[in-house]
Design a binder for this molecule. Structure first.
Ligand code: ATP
Ligand code: MG
Length: 351
């Protein structure tokens, strides 16, 4: 949603599991775009569980330092340990903090030939990514009647306003231009009330200069939003939500279109964007060469879109759409028998 940049230095962090199989596919697609984008320069970087087991740090300092010199990044997936491991914390969560990636943006759209999916879904979940219950300030205290646990939920005007702007900007670039604010202010009138009021007030801010006047604002209580998401997902365009509701909504929305192997996302801030497929490291299919690379490829397109390289992003999205619609070259998660490499080749051919 910003002006197109001239340089394109992209940090590549495949990390673990099938991340190492799908990120190279996304890289190959970016390389194939030719003059539609500035010539990309790729910087291979380490993070994740595997590098943690070798050096005791899931996000080496060199990776963070190198990323600060990049324009954007693509992240694969991390394996999470099944039990708590001392010293291990998710590199994605740390990266969001280090690079101030305050928004998680997940477009979810139905595609033809996808047996698990619903038709007519075309929405974007814009999730605030820095506060709400994720400030992780929890306490447990003994009382006369047993222990009592509390958590702090932080909502600020600053974070609500910038996530609101992000949602309106995204809506402006879409045909329906509609933002639905998700909240629970009937119960949490102070915290969710502030979120709702702040997002609602964004179009009237002086610095916006009326730019969002054509965007329609709706709002919905989170529980009824989930119900309607399953009953009539076609009513939604851009949904903007505080962190926890956004987390739940974005996974629920991904389920609407079938395979996890299709859904892209970005973690975005004002000066950096990191593409990341929604799926995890998928240990059950790791090393078999059958991981669906389309979520990673679409994440690369979304990353380009956030950098203003709309032509390149559109070309990738169209190529992916065609491959899915034709239905001849699909990985097993979509009912096909093709390999990761064959799907990549099919996308490259369409490009
Ligand atoms: P993690 O702990 O890293 O999240 P996970 O076991 O939860 O690992 P996910 O990656 O979340 O695994 O995937 C859940 C299921 O979806 C797995 O059965 C996996 O094989 C499948 N899956 C996920 N991504 C893909 C993909 N890109 N292509 C094919 N199947 C996938
Ligand atoms: Mg998972």
């Amino acid at each position: 949603a910003t002006a197109a940049r001239q340089s394109l230095k992209i940090g590549l962090i495949p990390a673990d599991g099938i991340g190492k199989e799908v990120i190279p596919a996304a890289k190959a697609v970016l390389e194939a775009l030719g003059s539609d984008i500035p010539k990309p320069e790729f910087v291979p970087l380490l993070a994740g569980w595997e590098v943690f087991t070798r050096g005791g740090n899931a996000l080496p300092h060199e990776t963070v330092d190198a990323l600060k010199e990049c324009d954007a990044a693509l992240f694969g997936a991390v394996s999470s340990p099944t039990r708590r491991v001392t010293g291990y914390s998710s590199p994605i969560v740390q990266l969001r903090k280090e690079l101030d990636l305050y928004a998680n943006v997940r477009p979810v759209a139905s595609v033809a030939a996808n047996p698990g999916g619903k038709p007519d879904v075309d929405l974007v979940v814009v999730r605030e990514n820095t506060e709400c219950l994720y400030v992780k300030q929890e306490q447990i205290t003994p009382t006369e009647n047993g222990r009592e646990a509390r958590a702090i939920r932080l909502i600020t005007e600053r974070a609500s306003s910038r996530i609101g702007k992000m949602a309106f900007d995204i809506a402006l670039g879409r045909p329906r231009k509609q933002v639905t604010i998700i909240h629970k202010s009937n119960v949490l009138s102070v915290t969710d009330g502030l979120f709702r009021e702040t997002v609602r007030a964004v179009p009237a801010l002086p610095e916006i200069n009326g730019a969002y006047d054509n965007v329609k604002i709706e709002e919905q209580i989170v529980d009824s939003a989930v119900y309607r998401l399953f009953r009539e997902p076609e009513i939604y365009d851009v949904m903007v939500a505080p962190n926890l509701y956004g987390d739940i909504l974005s996974d629920a929305a991904a389920a609407l279109v079938g395979s996890l192997g299709l859904v892209p996302s970005v973690n975005a801030g004002d000066s950096f964007v990191m593409g990341e497929p929604v799926h995890g490291s998928a240990p059950d299919i790791e090393g078999k060469g059958i991981a669906n690379p389309l979520a990673a490829i679409r994440s690369a397109a979304l990353m380009l879109r956030f950098q203003g390289h709309t032509v390149g992003a559109d070309r990738i999205d169209r190529a992916v759409e065609q491959v899915i619609r034709e239905g001849e070259v699909l990985t097993p998660d979509l009912g096909g028998t093709s390999k990761t490499q064959e799907v990549l080749d099919a996308v490259l051919k369409k490009l």
